[in-house]
Design a protein around this ligand. Structure first.
Ligand SMILES: NC(=O)c1ccc[n+]([C@@H]2O[C@H](COP(=O)([O-])OP(=O)(O)OC[C@H]3O[C@@H](n4cnc5c(N)ncnc54)[C@H](OP(=O)(O)O)[C@@H]3O)[C@@H](O)[C@H]2O)c1
Length: 302
């Protein structure tokens, strides 16, 4: 009988990390890390970790002895990165370097969860073969993380995803949770109307990552996005309509004063998921389908 492989999820208490941990329980031994938000999932061994402490990182790696490391510590909000540049730099690049030093002598596959913000947003519909020339600090840091991984791990997988829709774990909130909480209290939700994204569904995302790993495919970069392009503001309106909230509570957010593109045209960060669709036989979803999928899962609590 084949030995069960071990996955170590760095950032396993986050929105995306938790959902990956839940998915990889099916067929893998799963270790996952938390920093400030301790969570418990049956079948997943959660370990505390501060990525800044190199010895601690080594202890985690030697405890788990993983065949696969999934690095999903970080943040997907460019405004948060602007406000916290040093922490963001560390999480997207420095933390990866500490994990790489700890895993130097190990044969493993390193999976880096990246984002559509690695592109400049001037064109949209980006393919895996397009050059990633980020315009924002956020995108530049994630791009630096990707480059580090490419240089350090021959057996790597970079997964670039559009913003993901779905429910968080109650400790780290997703964009979806934040909208839902405010709308539930009849409060206004300010959302940017100056960036287009091919919003995608978290369940489809975790399914896709697991299928790439399960298949043993040597793919090195893959894009994950839905087929509808919307701004956060448009997605918020649609969400409010679909979930029975007041759409008038969704209002446009002003651009940051520091935004170089203030006043210019809308940026388009959409991703082309053709490679995923053809190699893995997965159908990218329309945003309505993504929301319907979440709605089905939410029915008991709404
Ligand atoms: N959310 C999306 O839609 C989306 C889309 C595309 C790509 N991504 C990428 O996925 C990554 C995670 O996003 P997310 O939305 O899941 O973020 P999140 O919910 O904020 O989770 C961040 C994770 O990083 C951990 N962390 C933070 N500081 C740490 C430290 N010093 N040491 C160790 N761990 C630390 C957090 O631990 P604690 O919470 O326990 O402190 C948490 O597990 C980001 O790189 C983002 O670019 C996200």
């Amino acid at each position: 009988m084949a030995k069960v492989k071990t996955v170590l999820i760095i950032g396993g208490s986050g929105f995306v990390g938790t959902r990956l941990a839940l998915k990889f329980r099916e067929g893998y031994k799963v270790f996952a890390t938390y920093n400030t938000h301790k969570i418990t999932i049956p079948g997943v061994t959660y370990l505390p970790l501060d990525l800044e402490n190199e010895n601690w990182v080594k202890r985690i790696v030697y405890t788990a002895r993983p065949n696969i490391v999934i690095y999903v510590a970080g943040n997907n909000d460019p405004e948060w990165t602007e406000a916290n540049p040093t922490v963001a730099d560390f999480l997207h690049v420095g933390g990866v370097s500490n994990v790489a030093n700890a895993t130097d002598s190990m044969q493993l596959r390193f999976v880096y969860i990246s984002s559509s913000y690695v592109f400049d947003g001037n064109r949209g519909n980006y393919r895996e073969t397009d050059s990633a020339l980020a315009s924002s600090l956020h995108g530049k840091l994630i791009n630096a993380g990707e480059n580090f991984v490419r240089g350090r791990y021959f057996n790597h997988l970079i997964v670039r995803s559009s913003p993901l829709l779905g429910r968080g774990n109650g400790r780290n909130y997703s964009v979806f949770d934040k909208m839902r909480i405010l709308l539930d209290r009849d409060q206004r939700v300010e959302l940017p109307n100056y960036e287009l994204h091919s919003f995608a569904n978290i369940s489809g995302f975790t399914d896709m990552v697991k299928r790439v790993i399960d298949s043993g495919s040597k793919i090195k970069t893959i894009h994950y996005g839905g087929t509808t392009k919307l701004t956060f503001f448009q997605m918020g309106k649609l969400f409010a309509e679909k979930f029975g909230f007041n759409p008038a509570l969704i209002v446009e957010k002003a651009r940051l004063e520091s935004d170089d593109d203030k006043g210019s045209t809308i940026k388009d960060y959409s991703l082309n998921s053709t490679q995923m669709a053809t190699t893995l036989n997965i159908k990218p979803l329309l945003v309505e389908e993504s929301l319907d999928l979440i709605k089905q899962l939410l029915v008991p609590s709404l």
